[in-house]
Design a binder for this molecule. Structure first.
Ligand code: CMC
Length: 444
């Protein structure tokens, strides 16, 4: 492949079987470059092959810029550090979804609208009773979010912008209520209804930790720390769950269904589920006598099927800027609460040991957002199984923004990757009585 310049626009030249094809090079606002291959197959008969999509851009986007080599994360041009320090989660949500920070009037309207949609339909409330006590809260929230579409069927008309705006507000308002109810269900406590006099994160803490027989007021520093955690998770461009929202949404499935699918994608331990996996790993190391070096060695052993959870990232080949921010807040909150958490000590030891180990240095494996978020959630009293749920609440505005950008894009098409088929070529059908056993099932 070669690069050439024709007038102002650049192209890449691809030579297949002696024929040269010109492919346009698309340049983003931060000078990221991509080769536009949308006509490749019709022109050449070839497709590209990229398992895991490490080099595949599925869209152009104005929402989030991240530079994994330099450890930069910006939403609509605003640095994540500034949003965390000076913004609120709902302002960040507005920024992601509508393209800029709201002014005072817009902010007031947005916050009021969301506050007024926090209740869930009483019939939906009864659905919680059907889940087993030990159900994972991610299973509950993905089902419940999909169920919302049964209650708000106008959301099927995805071309109606007014409906879309209401659906967006309903989702942001109701997900914390659903999440808190899922938690209450797991511990056999009564559901605590939302309190619309409270701000978003304080209300979430109250629904999680309040009980009808006692008054509860969230500590303002803890509510602020939670708000910051939600901001930190708000978007991260085309990750697994966001790509899921885009793919499901591209079939014109309603937004609730697309978000429910994203929640399922987030659940996995290589993605959002890593925050739960980190805590479980730290606990395992602690229970095993805090032998940090043993686990660093285990993570390097290709036969061991063990990874250092909370380490490594497909895009970041430097410190994840979100991990730095969380670590600072974590230190501050733990100090204020007077909590000394042995798992935090192990986490710090593990980080140090990994960062000086050749294996991790060579592969540029640094702590990611999930490495310290679990310690902070734990300090806030949030149980391990709820960590990924908190991630989902934070990521919701990003999913919505990416979905909205996609449906408004003039070049939107249903997402439909291709493949290179490698299976058997055409063969005659063998009647049941004449067949041998299926080799894949009879081996061993
Ligand atoms: N521990 C040990 N080795 C690792 C780790 C790790 N955490 N992560 C990557 N590697 C090794 C991997 O074995 C491979 O080695 P080699 O080149 O010798 O085969 C090399 O580093 C590259 O790894 P990869 O699996 O090809 O990288 P990827 O981009 O496909 O995967 C990742 C990225 C995040 C899934 C992976 O680093 C990982 O599994 N990390 C642990 C899980 C985790 O913390 N996930 C949260 C990600 S951040 C938040 C989010 O996305 O939700």
């Amino acid at each position: 492949m070669q690069e050439s310049t024709q007038g102002e626009s650049k192209t890449a030249q691809l030579i297949i079987d002696g024929t040269t094809y010109e492919l346009p090079i698309v340049v983003g606002s931060e000078n990221e470059r991509g080769i536009d291959i949308r006509n490749l197959r019709s022109a050449t008969g070839c497709i590209t092959l990229d398992p895991g999509y490490g080099n595949t851009g599925a869209c152009t986007s104005d929402i989030t810029f991240l530079n994994g080599e330099k450890g930069i994360l910006r939403h609509r041009g605003y640095a994540i550090e500034d949003l965390c320090e000076q913004g609120t989660f709902l302002e960040t949500a507005y920024l992601l979804i509508y393209g800029d920070l709201p002014d005072e009037t817009q902010n007031e309207e947005f916050v009021t609208d969301i506050t007024r949609h926090t209740l869930i339909h009483e019939n939906l409330r009864h659905v919680f009773q059907g889940f087993p006590l030990k159900a994972h809260p991610m299973a509950i929230i993905s089902s419940m979010v999909c169920s919302l579409s049964a209650f708000y069927q106008e959301s099927y008309d995805w071309g109606d912008t007014q409906n879309t705006d209401i659906t967006i507000r309903r989702l942001i308002a109701k997900l914390p209520t659903i999440a808190a109810f899922a938690f209450k269900k797991s511990c056999g406590q009564p559901f605590i209804y939302p309190d619309n006099s409270l701000r978003y994160s304080a209300n979430l803490l109250k629904m999680l930790f309040g009980v009808p027989c006692e008054s509860y007021e969230a500590d303002p520093d803890e509510a602020a720390a939670l708000d910051q955690l939600l901001i930190l998770h708000a978007d991260h461009e085309q990750n697994c769950s966001t790509s899921t929202v885009r793919l499901v949404g591209s079939s014109r499935a309603n937004l609730y269904a697309a978000i429910s699918a994203a929640i399922s994608a987030l659940w996995g331990p290589l993605h959002g589920g890593a925050n739960q996996a980190v805590l479980e790993m730290l606990q395992r190391i602690h229970d095993d006598g805090s032998k940090v070096e043993k686990y660093v060695e285990l993570a390097k052993d290709k036969d061991a099927d063990f990874r250092l959870m909370g380490f490594g990232h497909r895009v970041y080949k430097n410190f994840d800027p979100r991990a730095r921010i969380i670590k600072k807040t974590c230190d501050r909150i733990l100090e204020k609460m007077g909590v000394s958490d042995p798992l935090l000590d192990i986490a710090m030891e593990l980080e140090e040991a990994a960062l000086r180990d050749e294996y991790f240095v060579e592969r540029k494996l640094y702590p990611n957002v999930d490495f310290y978020s679990g310690i902070l959630y734990r300090a806030l009293g949030i149980p391990t199984e709820m960590f990924t749920v908190m991630f989902a609440i934070g990521r919701l505005p990003g999913w919505i923004a990416q979905w909205r950008e996609m449906i408004l894009a003039p070049d939107m098409r249903i997402g439909r990757p291709r493949q290179i088929y490698n299976g058997p070529v055409a063969r005659p059908f063998v009647p049941l009585a004449k067949r041998g056993p299926c080799p894949a099932r009879s081996a061993g």
